[in-house]
Structure formats: structure tokens, C-alpha cells
Design a protein around this ligand. Sequence first.
Ligand SMILES: [Zn+2]
Length: 205
Amino acid sequence: MKLFEFERHFPDEESCRNRFRDLRLKQGVVCPKCGCTHHYWKSDKGMFQCKECGHRQSLRYGTVMQGSKLPFRYWFIAMHLLTATKHTFSAAELQRQLGHNRYQPIWEMVHKIRSVMGQRDSEYMLTYSVELDEGFFTVGTPRKEEKMVQGSKERKATVLVMAESIEVEKPKPNMKKKKVGHLKMIVIPDTKKSTITEKAVDIIP
Ligand SMILES: [Zn+2]
């Protein structure tokens, strides 16, 4: 879906909410109390009500959005950006785009979406303990406008290297006790502590 189509389909909170309700109905709403699969939609409360026992559940109950107070439209936008584009969207970037004042809920949303999407590769979240390092990689001869790394004639990119450090089960006496799991490398603008923290926080759960 292109951005303009997205805008047309989901212009506001209500359209996103309705779409989400329809998706849940299509999937089948199950009562957590009695297992009944027939529900009324209480539009005034924004809840499903079990036809059998009367138990009510919120629209977000049992979904990726459960526990989140963010608008439905935030979730739709985030899912759109994370699925429709080939780019990696950091939580910080998304927070900026949405103009939301708090980072934490946006970060949680992005990570939940990523985990349900089961993304790997560039989206892969590193688990276990993670070891950070930085390195400089030669990426060609410098362009005029680019800053060069001190004392270097070549153009370098600063790369943050993050490696999963996994304990080896029952290591043999001459073996190392840890092994490297997934590796992730991203280009960073500088090696300031704040930059590294910001980038690392987006990847490490
Ligand atoms: Zn019920």
C-alpha cells in the first residue's frame, strides 16, 4: 500500500479503529471466560460483549496492542512504515514523525510489531548479552565535503558492531566459554556515547 492509499483508507483514528474491529471479527472473537465465539459489538463502549455470558473484552484484548494506550492510528502508521518500506525505522525516528512526546511507548510499540512480524536480518533483535564495539571501515576515497577520519586519506565509515555473546553449554576444557551469535553492524555518525546508546537501545530489547 502506498502512502497516498494509506492516507485515503486510514485518514483518522475512527477509520483505524473500525478496520481493527473488522479484522478481529473476521479472525473470530473468543470469550476468555466461556469460550463462546459470538459477540455483540458495543460501539458506545468500544468493546465486544459475549452473547453467552455477557463478559466484555476491549478491542485491543489479546492482540499486539493490548496494554498500549497509543492511538490505533499510531499502530497503523508504524505497521505501514515497517512493512511497506524497505528501510529500517528506529523508534526514535518514528517518535519524531509522529510528534509524540514520550519515547518509551513508541519504543515498546515498535518492538512489539517487530516481534510479531518475526523480522530478522536488519530488524533482528539481539538477545543474550550483547557486546558492543566500534570500528572504522574504508568505504572509498573521500568526497570533498566529507570529513575524514584523523590522519587518514581514505573515507571511513564508523560502524557500531554488536555481537550476541552466548554462553556455551558444557564447554570442553580448551574451549572458550562464550560464542558469538548474531552480529549486527550499523553505520553511525560518530562515536559519542549518546549516539551509541541511542542506536544500541533500538536494537537490544
Ligand atoms: Zn462468554
